[in-house]
Ligand binder design. Structure first.
Ligand SMILES: [Zn+2]
Length: 265
């Protein structure tokens, strides 16, 4: 169903040269490291049309839950440390503080529940069934949800419309990384911030467990970020990066960062 997808260039620097990481390239999938900038990405992802129905994440998530048991050795420890430090205990409160309780866009918003009052929720969702649910939820709270790929739909919002933009378990799915980040720069107020959470390819867990690491999902994870490569793409889109989970990062399966505009594009 996904056979013979064309190989894409590096989503960070657009270079065509990449070295295949054979251990992380099962079946016909080709995960490779860019020879120019080091970014690790799936070179032959399915196109957006296929993702809308065939591997909408709510389905693959259920399948993955059943198969990845035991592949998160260090993550429970990282979670305990985070909770002990009071990090993320209340995401809604953190978002409210970072985003001034204003207009907040959630890209890849799923069921549309992540942005809670008094923030006004806006969304973008690629799954037809989830978009319908989210749009109803968000309209009842003063916002709305657009249907489509994040990198394209973000251009439909007004410039400097948002106090905050959330990319929670989204950017690892997005083939057009630079387009959506540049779109976020355009759609964000100068005082706003972007919260990003992605799997941490640099984690100890991935190094120890290798191909069975919970961050690998074929084909719906198309980018494998380290803190360094996330800083790189954010910088190219005019953002500075503040690391949120700095204490636990080495053993954490995820990276959480807050971006602020360092320059308008
Ligand atoms: Zn590159």
């Amino acid at each position: 169903m996904f056979d013979n997808a064309p190989h894409r260039n590096c989503p960070a620097c657009a270079s065509g040269g990449a070295a295949t990481l054979a251990a992380y390239s099962p079946e016909d999938w080709n995960v490779a490291a860019c020879e120019a900038c080091g970014f690790v990405y799936l070179r032959n992802p399915p196109d957006y049309e296929a993702l809308k129905e065939e591997s909408a994440w709510e389905k693959t998530y259920e399948a993955k839950k059943a198969t990845s048991r035991g592949s998160t050795v260090f993550s429970p420890l990282a979670r305990r440390i985070r909770n002990g430090l009071g990090m993320y205990r209340d995401k809604t409160r953190a978002f409210g503080r970072w985003f001034n309780n204003g207009h907040v866009l959630d890209i890849g918003c799923g069921w549309g529940q992540r942005i809670q009052p008094p923030m006004t929720p806006y969304g973008i969702e690629l799954s037809t069934s989830l978009h319908k649910i989210s749009d109803e939820v968000m309209r009842a709270r003063g916002g709305y949800c657009l249907f489509g790929p994040g990198a394209e739909a973000i251009g439909e919002f007004d410039p400097e419309m948002f106090d905050g933009i959330v990319m929670f378990s989204y950017l690892e799915h997005e083939t057009q990384v630079m387009d959506v980040l540049k779109g976020a720069n355009r759609a964000l107020k100068p005082t706003g911030a972007v919260f990003i959470r992605v799997p941490n390819f640099g984690s100890l867990n991935r190094r120890v467990i290798g191909p069975k690491w919970c961050g690998f999902r074929y084909p719906d994870h198309v980018n494998y970020f380290t803190l360094q490569s996330l800083r790189d793409v954010a910088g190219r889109a005019g953002f500075s990066v503040e690391l949120i989970n700095r204490v636990t990062l080495p053993i954490d399966d995820n990276i959480s960062v807050l971006l602020r505009k360092s320059q308008p594009l």
